[in-house]
Design a protein around this ligand. Sequence first.
Ligand code: HEM
Length: 193
Amino acid sequence: MEPPFPDALGVEQAPAPHPLLEPVLGFLGVWRGRGRGGYPTLDGDFAYAQEVRFSHDGRPFLRYEARAWLLDGDGAPLRPAARESGWWRVQPGGRVEALVTQPTGITEILVGQAGEGAVDLATHTVALTPTAKEVTATRRRYTLAPDGDSDTFTFVHELAAVGQPLQHHLSATLRRAAGQSTPPTSSWNSSVQ
Ligand code: HEM
């Protein structure tokens, strides 16, 4: 049975977005792209692809879901990587309170600001399961492309973990997916930019 109050992936879909969502409306939808990452504790850098989805149900928060997979040197999928899901609670003035959970045993609460085509979030609290890697802080910046290109955003992620200070872990460029999302398959892995 379809839920009676479905999520909307765009401003043109019902329900109408809550007015408080105005500073984050540009991020609604399904996004796909590629990025690169690394960390001093890792052997080398890695390439990855990612799908990110932001939706809403008419209330003043976004539902957020992201899944990534590693790519080999030819851009072919290697194995599943990070997944996370959560909520961006948008407050008056574009303040954002985010809750993000990962299957690696890490849950973050981040706070920050949305406005002028960007969202900048930094850790407020991290909760770890008993076997999770030690993560003390992250910073995440989502920036819609300037010059009116509403179909591209860049993402930069800094990480303080396993005894290392806050520093670059990931950066990516994602583009708005045409139409509704489908589960990632090798057919579009090879064509994602
Ligand atoms: C697109 C998203 C991400 C990708 C593709 C990614 C990729 C990776 C890779 C490839 C590794 C090396 C270990 C392994 O092969 O699994 C790693 C390690 C790690 N990542 Fe990420 N990651 C992502 C997001 C995150 C996020 C959001 C966090 C924390 C909030 C995080 C925290 C860590 C930590 C703590 C390690 C372990 C470092 C170590 O033990 O030396 N990652 N990541």
